[in-house]
Design a protein around this ligand. Sequence first.
Ligand code: BG6
Length: 515
Amino acid sequence: MTSPAAGQAGDGNPLRDAQDRRLPRIAGPSGLVIFGVTGDLSRKKLMPAVYDLANRGLLPPGFSLVGFARRDWQHEDFADVVHEAVKEHARTPFREEVWQQLAQGMRFVPGVFDDDTAFDTLKTTIEELDKARGTGGNFAYYLSVPPKFFPTVVQQLKKHGLSDAPEGSWRRAVVEKPFGHDLTSAQELNEVIHGVFRASQVFRIDHYLGKETVQNILALRFANTMFEPLWNRSYVDHVQITMAEDIGIGGRAGYYDGIGSARDVIQNHLLQLLALTAMEEPSSFDAKALVTEKLKVLNAVRLPADLGKHTVRGQYTAGWQGGQKVLGYLEEEGISPKSKTDTYAAIKLEIDNRRWAGVPFYLRTGKRLGRRVTEIAVVFQRAPYSPFDTTDTQELGQNALVIRVQPDEGVTIRFGSKVPGTSMEIRDVTMDFAYGESFTESSPEAYERLILDVLLGDANLFPRHQEVERSWEILDPIEEHWERHGKPEPYTAGTWGPKAADEMLARDGRSWRRP
Ligand code: BG6
């Protein structure tokens, strides 16, 4: 899924291209500025990912990391915070020499987003790093801040001449979700960002696309011959996409309340998984070809006419999880006791095209469910006729191909097999591929892959604004329906969601998988 970065492969010489593709992809001279550097994401994901990339030798020796936040910190204080985050959350072992080299390129700029002096300091910091560390004017700005601050930050970057790259270098903007809370706000955000940065400079993070197993959907489908002939309405009964979490909302009340599970993860992660599962084969794996195919399928998504019957939202109540008593959503700190925010959502979608007409795609997500698991299950139709004695074979399920996105990354195929013995009893068995068993390399964290791609200018794994807007267009009518009708169904923490979600599938003669 890698396209050549500028100045590397891809100059038209087929021999060199073939060689270059086998080389590790290493970022050229560059630096990263993180806005919102004191936040959770930065500490748990971004800082460790930068260190892991450095540790794997994928960053240039002079790589620089600039933190920008409202804290009275010196550069050394910032480096201490990064050090702690790396020690606690990095994936690869701590190596003092790697750390020392990285730490030399760390700078901190104190300030608030509308403070001109702080942006002047940022400018001089970048110029100083260009001289001292050879960053060559190449900087990515990571906006790990709530969307209400996007306009101020991007305007400030423009006003202070930081958005335009000096001749021969690049400037890029990395935007974290949420990209708005509905279609209108997403369009407004996109307008603000595109008022300052060209489309090719903007990288929207959907960290699910950085997961190894998500990229493997494309390998599974398009590098093999045995799955694709069955991947259509003639053989597939339905598809279930599940993203279940065992955690609650933790300290994220401020972000989560009023947003809810569907906006938090269906609008982005789950619709991206649907697009990759259902799309046609792209003509190549470059960003443009991928977006074209993903958009075609998202444009073909149709909502059921009766949203009351085919969507469900839920909210967890107190219960037990992993042997511990846990609070209900309404008792969590910072949540209004009257909140109608969904912590569980299940929706049925159809895709109006020749491949998928009539095949439902069921999407569900929730916090405080039975366990943490994300999977895509393609469930096949039953054999049109069974010659086996029904008295011997009573419990045969449907064939299924399950892409296990996490945590036990791999692929499972379920099919019927004869039980040893004198009778012709058939029972479901599974055939498994597990990443951990087949490969010695461990998968990089999604953020490692995505930060490296930003530094390389490789946009394949980043949704374009058209996809983001189309995804809101799909979700908005559901949110409006929920807004108008009732409140979320309660479900006990540690279970698999509200009863209404089981009933929703039962009405279609189906049931949810118990992952
Ligand atoms: C984020 C959501 O995008 O994904 C969180 O905002 C969620 O609510 C998280 O917990 C899950 O990510 P992962 O990689 O742990 O599945």
